[in-house]
Write a protein that binds this ligand. Structure first.
Ligand SMILES: [Zn+2]
Length: 473
């Protein structure tokens, strides 16, 4: 539309053209207010995920520098400020930041760049080929957690592209080494570059997926997780020749100690957050399960219900400290009775438990002075508050999307980088707006890990909306 020229000189066609341009302009403004082109953004997210899965960041050894080299240009080319935090040869963390007006504390979008190993012999596709078939993106990291990392990245891109006025800074933090405890990842970032996230108000990361149960989609947010404690048992005994067995050998002592550990039923303890989760689930269960879950501590006093409830491994791990015997070591020669034999136990403590007190209980259970117990604790896990603007943002998006969808808050039995933030007093919430249906979750750390394409596309929009509510509304 040319501004010059008197209105009287305009033709009818010119007026119609002006009117239609105005309609286009208004529509464009409305679109801008609504946000991105969701279908296009969703497709972009799927494309990034497919290529990201091809970047092999199996830990060990990690090689997360490859992931940094893949993700950083996607941020750089949009003019988003980035920084690389090297932690070891071949290993690095990626930080990016969108600046807001500072009226609210910064939001950290936390993801890890590494994945656990995949044994291709047991997969039906190459775990690092980024295969798309049957409506799924297949590959190691599809669930844990390259998909959520991509939702976070694309959210940053969309906020930047649309020039959304931000009340808070939004930080993208991709860390190395999460799958091996975080010493080469989040521990380095918080130890050497703590300024990068200083004053952050809240962290969103992994820990829960939405899920389908009895035909209903449940939205899930994780508030807390268990503390991993690595325990080493070392038995000592008299060494000798294998042709002359001795009852008091180190191996025999170790096996006896481990049998006592296996027989030990750690006490049941229903924490308030755990009770709240099961009470929320109970509403959708038939009687008498509903009543049992509604008051779990009482319900679990019934041996029959306790047996049924704890048969489910997640249920069991949410109500007690657990022990998995995972590593064994003794003689390296068949005819040598060794002087020492050792075992490692993967112990997971409920939030709030004291590792030293647990070791005392373990010592009493083993009851053998010649079996030494050593522990290595990384960071003791805690929980985030069950009321927070982040939770309200998630609840609001859930309601807008599916008014019937319940929001539940399961404790995760695994460990994540969230615990480093929770320990510092920064709330961290595990949230992934991808719904796991049927057997979708089975590939988690297992074979044929995959994520539904439609869920990644949908998740792109849902994640953006949660973040926008938190930092822009
Ligand atoms: Zn993970």
């Amino acid at each position: 539309m040319r501004p010059e020229g008197p209105p009287a000189s305009r033709s009818r066609a010119g007026v119609r053209l002006a009117a239609s341009l105005l309609v286009v302009l208004v529509a464009a403004v409305a679109r801008g207010a609504e946000g991105p082109d969701w279908a296009a953004l969703g497709r972009e997210a799927v494309g990034i995920l497919v290529d990201y899965i091809k970047v092999d960041t199996t830990n060990p050894p990690g090689n997360e520098r490859r992931a940094v080299d893949f993700l950083k240009p996607l941020l750089d080319r949009e003019g988003i400020e980035t920084r690389v935090i090297d932690s070891a040869p071949g290993r690095a963390n990626l930080y990016a930041r969108l600046r807001g007006d500072g009226r609210r504390p910064a939001l950290v979008l936390l993801n890890h760049l590494d994945v656990v190993p995949a044994d291709a012999r047991f997969w039906s596709v190459d775990p690092f080929a980024g295969v798309v078939k049957d409506g799924y993106v297949w590959g190691r990291g599809a669930l844990d957690m390259k998909s959520l990392g991509v939702l976070q990245l694309v959210t940053l891109l969309a906020l930047k592209r649309h020039g959304v006025p931000l009340r808070a800074d939004v930080i993208f933090l991709g860390t190395a080494d999460e799958e091996a405890g975080g010493n080469q990842g989040i521990a380095v970032v918080l130890g050497q570059q703590a300024d990068l996230v200083r004053g952050a108000g809240v962290v969103l990361s992994e820990g829960a997926f939405n899920f389908l149960r009895n035909g209903r989609v449940f939205w899930a947010v994780n508030l807390g997780e268990k503390s991993p404690v690595s325990v080493t048992l070392t038995a000592t005994g008299t060494p000798g020749h294998g042709s002359m067995p001795r009852a008091d050998s180190a191996v025999n002592r170790l096996i006896a100690a481990l049998s006592r550990v296996m027989a030990w039923e750690t006490p049941i303890k229903v924490l308030p957050d755990v009770q709240a989760f099961y009470a929320a689930m109970a509403e959708f269960e038939p009687s008498p399960v509903r009543e049992r879950l509604g008051d779990l501590a009482t319900g679990l006093q019934d041996p029959a219900f306790r047996q049924e409830f704890t048969r489910n491994l997640s249920n069991n791990a949410r109500v007690r400290n657990t022990i998995s015997i995972t590593m064994l070591e003794a003689s390296n020669k068949i005819n040598v009775i060794p002087a020492t034999a050792s075992a490692r136990l993967d112990v997971r403590l409920l939030p709030g438990e004291d590792p030293a007190a647990f070791v005392e209980q373990l010592k009493a259970t083993i009851a053998d002075e010649r079996v030494q117990i050593r522990i290595a604790t990384t960071v003791v896990a805690g929980s985030s508050p069950d009321t927070h603007p982040a939770l309200e943002a998630i609840r609001a998006v859930a309601r807008a999307h599916d008014p019937q969808a319940p929001l539940v808050m399961p404790m995760t039995t695994g460990a994540s980088d969230c615990r480093y933030f929770r320990q510092r007093g920064t709330p961290c919430y595990g949230f992934t707006p991808i719904t796991l249906r049927g057997r979708d979750g089975e590939g988690f750390h297992g074979n044929d890990e995959r994520v539904a394409v439609d869920q990644v596309i949908e998740g792109t929009r849902l994640y953006y909306e949660v973040v926008r509510r938190l930092v822009a509304d």
